[in-house]
Design a protein around this ligand. Structure first.
Ligand SMILES: [Zn+2]
Length: 174
């Protein structure tokens, strides 16, 4: 994890930021930031700037950047993976960061978790986590599985399915 890149995502790429966060990457996103501030912060924090803005790249010259050319967020994700030669993060890092605000999530103890889930959800296969900043709750439900499936379609082995991970990586997981 220590070598995982951190990202600064520009205002046009909010959905890409969510996919990166889903995989556990630290991806800052603030659509209100002016371009010079965005670049300055990315440089100061050692973040890879992701942008569609060629003028920004040419004029402001961020230290590390990937120019995004695709329109579709998952294609954009695949382009980032390719540009930086990223390897799939361990499934345990998936959904450890708030998709909305990038804050690391906190695990909710089992007894408390049930109160946070929608009525009718009684048993979830993975941990329940909550964002300490915006209070959004995450659990291994159908929405999470759809996101995993969508990533797996574009980046085989990246969906965080344990079976794939074991096959691809020689039993790195438990
Ligand atoms: Zn949040």
């Amino acid at each position: 994890m220590s070598t995982a890149p951190r990202f600064a995502v520009d205002a046009m790429l909010g959905r890409l930021a969510r996919w990166l966060r889903m995989l556990g990457y630290d991806a800052s996103y603030d659509a209100a930031l002016a371009d010079p501030v965005l670049v300055q912060r990315a440089n100061a924090q050692g973040r890879v700037l992701l942008t569609r803005d060629r003028l920004l790249l040419r004029e402001l010259k961020p230290q590390r950047a990937v120019e995004i050319r695709h329109d579709q967020p998952l294609q954009q994700l695949a382009a980032v993976v390719e540009a930086l030669s990223l390897r799939p993060p361990h499934p345990a890092t998936h959904f450890t960061r708030c998709l909305l605000c990038n804050t690391p999530l906190e695990a909710v103890p089992g007894g408390d978790a049930l109160h946070l889930l929608p009525a009718g959800v009684l048993d979830v296969p993975g941990p329940v986590r909550r964002c300490p900043t915006c209070a959004r709750v995450y659990w291994e439900g159908s929405h999470v599985r759809r996101m995993r499936d969508a990533v797996e379609q574009v980046l085989p082995g990246w969906g965080g399915f344990e079976a794939n991970w074991r096959d691809n990586d020689g039993g790195a997981s438990k």
